[in-house]
Ligand binder design. Structure first.
Ligand code: GLC
Length: 472
């Protein structure tokens, strides 16, 4: 738990803190009984320093597992072998007194990187995938998949000329040799083959890269990840023209047959309502659930959880501890799900590890289900609407206009076309319907215009989004 689960000491078990394998089997079968799929977070880039492989590897230079990890001699001055920086700050190399070499850790020193160039590592890790697939899991989200292969010569990374002192230290160098090495695609193709040994399983890759490099992770002839996570929405500027350009760029970059996906939030990024504002979070929900491709949304965003302030004495995230005060800490987005106004928001019977949002007595699932206009009900309506309209799941995407900071696009085929209009602005805006059509409002982000017929044009309130269908 040095990095809260991203430091694995046993890949084929459940940490006793959370239960047992038998408990896991119950979770899995209960989820499946409800028609839900279960995807595991697979962490192959590094293990915990408590993993028996690492204990053996560090015990001696000639240990059988030495080459499971990345060991290098010190630089001539005794310092680290190169200038690579840990994602959590400081050098990525840790000196080991006993054997007089450094080991590489892209994250914490408690998270030594595995050596994926070693075929024995690959074979062992592929067996881990098989272990869980045999148990019935539906696929994997692969942690930092673009990190798996490093430059075999361990060349220094070049400095980043755009670095600003308020950024994380890792940003001070361009990660050209430490990540996204072309050899990674061969590894992912191997992983994909293992996943394909089982029916109907999904391989998702966590990848923070610009679009043109991201799409390479679909692999040659789609032999890579089914879904290289597309995190563009997380950093996108909140303006209609920029958003439209980004959607276009991503759609155009997809390889033939590559299935798109969009991610709105995750446990490493500030909450959507904290990033954009509460009103905008509703527009973002409509955007996410009307774009082409698999949507990923993060628990708590469906009740509009804000940034939860974490008092210094309650900080858990090692990144915040290593590089304090830069806003890098991830605790604010990892606070408990708020289910009800019962003690601890119904999340647990004991004090949770992180605080609740101060408004938890109102901002909880039970309460918001009963409020007709709540963001939770917006999410529920959007999900139902999406599942009932194949045009949204699989139909084509056509951009229409971004006039007046309103993003307008069509989804679907000639026969059944839906129009989505999102007002990115804090003021009212007029939407001119294509060819002066008459349309019917199916859903407003404000949840109060169902069935309204609009002729030629429609007004959009500040930060309002609409889904419209042609009116007979
Ligand atoms: C990924 C995870 C993050 C974790 C890191 C190291 O980025 O999403 O939470 O700290 O990998 O495993």
């Amino acid at each position: 738990m040095a990095d809260f689960g991203y430091d694995v000491a046993d890949y084929c078990n459940i940490d006793p803190l959370f239960g047992t394998l038998a408990d896991f089997d119950v979770v899995l079968s209960e989820a499946h009984r409800r028609g839900l799929k279960v995807i595991l977070d697979f962490v192959p880039n590094h293990t915990s320093d408590q993993h028996p492989w690492f204990a053996e590897s560090r015990s001696a230079r000639d240990s059988a597992k030495r080459d499971f990890y990345i060991w290098r001699d010190p630089a001539p001055d005794g310092g680290p072998p190169n200038n690579w920086i840990s994602n959590f700050g400081g050098s990525a190399w840790e000196y080991d007194e006993q054997t007089g070499q450094y080991y590489y850790h892209a994250f914490l020193k408690e998270q030594p990187d595995l050596n994926w160039r070693n075929p024995a590592v690959r074979a062992a890790m592929y067996d881990v995938l098989r272990f869980w697939m045999r148990r019935g899991v539906d696929g994997f989200r692969v942690d930092v998949i673009w990190h798996l292969m490093k430059d075999p010569d361990f060349r220094d990374n070049p400095p980043n000329p755009a670095f600003q002192p308020d950024q994380a230290e890792i940003q001070s160098f361009l990660q050209v040799h430490s990540a996204d090495h072309p050899d990674v695609h061969g590894i992912i193709a191997e992983m994909r083959k293992v996943v394909d040994e089982f029916d109907d399983r999904v391989l998702i890759g966590e990848i923070y890269l610009p679009i043109e490099r991201l799409v390479a992770y679909y692999g040659e002839d789609l032999s890579g990840a089914h879904l290289p996570f597309n995190f563009q929405l997380i950093s996108a500027a909140w303006h209609a023209p920029q958003m439209e350009a980004l959607i276009k760029e991503y759609e155009a970059a997809l390889p033939e047959g590559g299935w798109p996906n969009w991610v709105l939030g995750n446990h490493d990024q500030p909450r959507i309502a904290a990033r954009l504002g509460e009103a905008q979070a509703r527009v973002a929900a409509m955007l996410l659930l009307t774009l082409r491709g698999t949507p990923t949304l993060y628990y708590g965003d469906e009740i509009g959880l804000p940034k939860v302030e974490i008092p210094p004495e309650e900080v858990h995230d090692p990144w915040e501890k290593n590089e304090p005060g830069l806003g890098l800490g991830r605790d604010p987005q990892r606070t408990p799900m708020q289910w009800s106004d019962a003690p601890n928001a119904g999340f647990s019977r004991t004090k949770p590890w992180l605080p609740l949002s101060p408004d938890w007595r109102e901002r909880n699932v039970e309460r918001m289900r009963a409020e007709r206009g709540s963001i939770l009900n917006l999410y529920r309506r959007l999900l139902v609407y999406r599942s009932e309209h194949p045009a949204l799941a699989t139909g084509a995407y056509h951009s229409v206009t971004t006039e007046n900071d309103v993003l307008v696009y069509e989804r679907g085929s000639q026969e059944r076309r839906l129009l989505v209009a999102l007002n990115f602005h804090d003021e009212e805006r007029i939407l001119n319907l294509p060819a002066g059509q008459t349309m019917r409002i199916m859903l407003s982000t404000h949840l109060d215009r169902d069935g309204e017929v609009v002729r030629g044009s429609a007004s959009l309130r500040p930060n309002e989004g609409l889904i419209l269908e042609p009116s007979p």
